[in-house]
Design a protein around this ligand. Sequence first.
Ligand SMILES: Cc1cc2nc3c(=O)[nH]c(=O)nc-3n(C[C@H](O)[C@H](O)[C@H](O)COP(=O)(O)OP(=O)(O)OC[C@H]3O[C@@H](n4cnc5c(N)ncnc54)[C@H](O)[C@@H]3O)c2cc1C
Length: 396
Amino acid sequence: MNQIGELEWLIIGGGVHGTHLSHVLVNGLDIPPDRVVVLDPHDEPMWRWNHCTSNTSMSHLRSPAVHHIGLEPMELLHYARAEGESKGSGFRPPYDRPSLALFHAHCQQVFESGGLYELRSRGRACHICKEGDLFCVDSDQGAIKARRIIVATGMGERRRWPEWALKLRADGAPTWHIFDDEFHRSMLDDFHRVAIVGLGISGAQLATHLAQRGDREVHVVARHDVRVEQFDSDPCWLGPKCQVSFRRRRCLKKRREIIDEARHGGTMPIDVARPLLQMEQWSRLQLHKGGCESAVIGESEEIQLALKQGQQLTVDAVVLATGFEKPRPDQSWLASTIDELGLKCARCGFPIVDEHLQWAPNFFVSGSLAELELGPAARNIAGARMTARRIRKALG
Ligand SMILES: Cc1cc2nc3c(=O)[nH]c(=O)nc-3n(C[C@H](O)[C@H](O)[C@H](O)COP(=O)(O)OP(=O)(O)OC[C@H]3O[C@@H](n4cnc5c(N)ncnc54)[C@H](O)[C@@H]3O)c2cc1C
């Protein structure tokens, strides 16, 4: 890392949230670009988003066209019109959900026209302390000093692995989580029988993609039936209808309960469910209900899964689409920072922040770290935009 002087803003994490926030600071609030740095371990902006969305084979986003990383809500629609909607197949109803190709093309345009590549510095934060008015961020590439910081580290590094799958991987069987850094779906080309464990939107998209190719056995192992919901939480969470009463709740335990209840985990929109069920009807994939209890490697190196209800399933590779662990910030790399700076956490381990999303003066958070203030949409693209609005307010 080049020696970085004293900064006005350091953003830790350069995913969807950190990238949008850097754009807002430099191009929305005119903070000079040499006063802002985005610290992230990857070369490319939004590397994890690109990696995860590519592994699912998703064609369209779940969220509407007004949720993107640009500054103005209608920007993606205007961009698509200017491009003659030649990037992918444009938008899908309801709510004008953009194709992934169009969303990516727009992101690329924002990175380039907004000078966002130049703001990035490769590295990983491991501790934050205070020196006078400045935050001093220790990273694997050296120390960085900044007057204000935003922690936008996402939750993509806490993938959910059941015990049996951890053991299977340790024994050397081809077992991955769909969002593992080292996994790419093309790796499945070497295997004839594949089990996908988990039936949320990502598992359904990958299973449908493999089944449509029609060149292998595809099995989906799930604890529940296909569950259909348009969004991963009700759109009321983006406006006053749900936000006002949420913010009136002073009890953080209650807020946590509301968030957990409002999030539609393990669901998918109808346009993802329909082709999956069609593939099942055409016997191009099999749904096994009840979940997996244990797994062993057989004599010919095949994987034998013991499913609940006594069923056995033999496959050559396993892909988990089991989502993420609830990442408790007080048990992550932030734990020592929480102690050192005396940062307050609720019982669920998440930050207690003010209305401007400050955990301490000039220490802002985004994504799941902000959810006790922003509600269940905090970790989505809409959450990044809500965070930007709160930070703008904080700056007056
Ligand atoms: C497959 C998939 C599809 C989704 N589709 C949608 C959708 O259609 N609409 C929607 O609104 N939401 C969607 N989401 C949810 C959400 O928008 C994404 O997960 C989004 O990527 C979250 O952005 P983020 O910046 O918080 O986290 P991430 O994208 O995970 O980025 C965080 C970055 O911080 C880095 N980092 C972590 N720790 C450190 C550290 N200590 N120091 C420095 N850097 C660090 C990480 O390496 C990463 O690069 C989807 C999620 C997935 C997985």
